[in-house]
Design a protein around this ligand. Structure first.
Ligand code: NAD
Ligand code: UDP
Length: 321
């Protein structure tokens, strides 16, 4: 028996012009949902919306998730928030208020509609983790006054709001802690490690490693992640989360640099730079909960995901030349 409900539904995706928002909207449209996306283009792109407008069941409204919303819908996916450190540190107060006021607005909207609301939380709630791999019952190690705090604490407070609304008002919530995700349509200049390294390698520029490159991350291909988000949100299981979604294959940053040089057949050399403040030393999701309760696990290998991403970056860079 399927664990998913099947009726056609009207869905709101906040942050629909962003990297994950684009892929989520596309997958929902392909599944036959009516999708309304909102975005203020803080870190998203009009091109993503233009591509989605090819689907007759897609609508877009340019608006801020901090503004009060009044839509009729069945499901909400709250993704609106810059995700790359470069973007979220550009205007930290804006990032923090987007996390908090955005969460309050989508939760109230969910209550008005008796709708389920999904929250895109993050592995950053674990900060620089002292428990490894990270399990959902670990409370984290976050510096509340550091440069990453606007995002980390914003997302932690959003989780608090989600669980308080759930306990206090019976709001139907689903919360995923998303680990580093990559793939086509990442922005070339968003400062994240995969996008930086691939564009540097294709252009033959030096690969910029922060610190000594011994820090680790675990990278999930976007299609796997989107499947996990949809599984969790549509699941009729009583699981509300938080649930880790990510790929448990852990890799050192120096090794990802070498891999990207090899896969792009680049002549780029490596350069070392200072490590940003509070940069987590290690990160790896324990995904036992998602495996057990959602029968979800990533299936795309790092090499094949990187090759797809490299193809996308090459086409964008070629167009610009
Ligand atoms: P992104 O920056 O590409 O997309 C975020 C989108 O939200 C952008 O289109 C941006 O313009 C929009 N936005 C920002 N502030 C807004 C506001 N106030 N009102 C309306 N729209 C606003 O980032 P992404 O990688 O697609 O991340 C999407 C979500 O997933 C974020 O909430 C992020 O915290 C979460 N997440 C992403 C990752 C990852 O590796 N990509 C990891 C953990 C969590
Ligand atoms: N990083 C790097 N060079 C870059 C960009 C990032 O060495 O050009 C490092 C960064 O310091 C961090 C890791 O790669 O240790 C992942 O960085 P990213 O910004 O992609 O994600 P996050 O730190 O939020 O996990």
């Amino acid at each position: 028996m399927s664990i998913f409900s099947v009726s056609k539904k009207r869905v709101l995706v906040t942050g629909g012009a962003g990297f994950l928002g684009f892929h989520l909207c596309k997958k929902l449209l392909e599944k036959g949902y009516e999708v309304l996306a909102i975005d203020n283009f803080f870190s998203g792109f009009r091109d993503n919306i233009i591509e989605l407008q090819k689907f007759p069941s897609f609508e877009f409204v340019r608006m801020d998730v901090k503004s009060k919303m009044n839509f009729k819908l069945d499901l909400i996916f709250n993704l609106a928030c810059p995700a790359s450190p470069v973007h979220y540190q550009k205007d930290p107060v804006e990032t923090l208020t987007t996390c908090i006021q955005g969460a309050i607005n989508v939760l109230n909207l969910a209550n008005d509609n008796n709708a389920t609301v999904f929250q895109a939380s993050t592995s950053e709630v674990y900060g620089d983790p002292k428990v490894h791999p990270q399990t959902e019952n670990y409370w984290g190690n976050v510096n509340p006054i550091g440069h990453r705090a606007c995002y980390d604490e914003g997302k932690r407070c959003a989780e608090t709001l989600f669980f308080d609304y759930h306990r206090q008002f019976n709001t139907k919530i689903k919360v995923a802690r998303i680990f580093n995700t990559y793939g086509p349509r990442m922005s070339l200049d968003d400062g994240r490690v995969i996008s930086n390294f691939i564009s540097q390698a294709i252009k033959g520029e030096k690969i910029s490693i922060y610190g000594n490159g011994e820090q680790t991350r675990s990278f999930c291909y976007v299609d796997d992640l989107v499947d996990g988000i949809i599984n969790l949100t549509l699941s009729t299981s009583p699981l509300v989360g938080p649930v880790n979604l990510g790929n448990p294959e852990e890799i050192k940053i120096i090794d990802i640099a070498k891999k990207i040089i090899e896969l792009t057949k680049s002549t780029s050399k490596i350069s070392f730079h200072s490590l940003p403040m509070d940069d987590p030393v290690q990160r790896n999701p324990d995904i036992s909960l998602a495996k057990d309760k959602l029968s979800w696990k990533p299936i795309i290998t790092l090499d094949s995901g990187l090759l797809k991403t490299i193809d996308f970056f090459k086409s964008v860079i070629d167009k610009k030349r």
